[in-house]
Ligand binder design. Structure first.
Ligand code: MG
Length: 205
C-alpha cells in the first residue's frame, strides 16, 4: 500500500463540465464524501470489478497529501499543508451511486482508490493538469484552474468539519469524460510531470 492515511476525503462535482455531464448542478459549497483506507491500491495493482455492479467507472483526480494537522484552518494555512501530490483514480460503481442514497458502497470497494507515488508540489497549484487514459487513449484532461473550489479552499473547508492529520489524502474531484471500465482494460491517471498511476482491470474472482 502506497500511503496510510487515517482517512480519504473526497470532493464531488468540483468541475462544472463534469457535474453537467452527469446531469447535476454545481454545488454551492464543496460536496464531501469519504473513501475507506481499505480501498487503496498503488501503481500496477489490479482494480477488481465487483459482481454487484454493471457500471464501474474511472475518475482521474489530483490527490493531495496533507503534511501537517489542519483544524479550522484558513486557506493560507491549508496551502502550507499541501505536502505532496498523487495521481488518483476515484473508481466508482456508478449504478450503485445512483441506486443508494449514500455513496459509501459505490465508492468504497477494495481496489477503488488507486494512487501513484507522491510527487512534488509546484509553486502554482492552479497550473496542475490531470489526464486519464484507458488503453492508451486519452479520456479526460482537466486543469486545476477549472476547479469550482481550489485546493487550499477545499482543505480549509474540510478542516472546519474534521481535523486533517499528516498523511491524510484529499481527492479534489474529476473533470469531464468519465466512462466505464471492463476486464482487460488498463487505466492510467497522470498529474502531468508530477505523479502517475496505472492499473489493470479484472473481474472479481
Ligand atoms: Mg471523484
Amino acid at each position: 500500500m502506497p500511503l496510510t492515511p487515517s482517512k480519504i476525503v473526497c470532493v464531488g462535482r468540483n468541475y462544472a463540465a463534469h457535474a453537467k455531464e452527469l446531469g447535476n448542478d454545481v454545488p454551492k459549497e464543496p460536496l464531501l464524501f469519504l473513501k475507506p483506507p481499505s480501498s487503496l491500491i498503488g501503481d500496477g495493482e489490479t482494480i477488481r470489478l465487483p459482481t454487484v455492479s454493471r457500471q464501474v467507472e474511472y475518475e482521474g483526480e489530483i490527490g493531495v497529501v496533507v503534511s501537517r494537522r489542519l483544524r479550522q484552518a484558513t486557506a493560507a494555512e491549508a496551502r502550507e499543508a499541501v505536502g505532496g501530490l498523487v495521481a488518483a483514480n476515484d473508481v466508482t460503481a456508478r449504478d450503485l451511486q445512483k441506486s443508494d442514497s449514500q455513496w459509501t458502497r459505490a465508492k468504497g470497494f477494495d481496489t477503488f482508490c488507486c494512487v501513484g507515488p507522491v510527487g512534488p508540489v509546484p509553486a502554482e497549484l492552479s497550473g496542475l493538469t490531470v489526464t486519464t487514459r484507458v488503453n492508451g487513449v486519452v479520456r479526460q484532461h482537466g486543469q486545476a484552474s477549472s476547479m469550482v473550489f481550489d485546493i487550499p479552499m477545499l482543505l480549509a473547508y474540510i478542516s472546519q468539519v474534521m481535523t486533517l492529520e499528516p498523511g491524510d489524502l484529499v481527492l479534489t474531484g474529476t473533470p469531464e469524460g468519465v466512462g466505464t471500465l471492463a476486464p482487460g482494460d488498463v487505466v492510467e491517471v497522470e498529474i502531468d510531470g508530477v505523479s502517475r498511476v496505472s492499473n489493470p482491470v479484472t473481474a472479481a474472482a
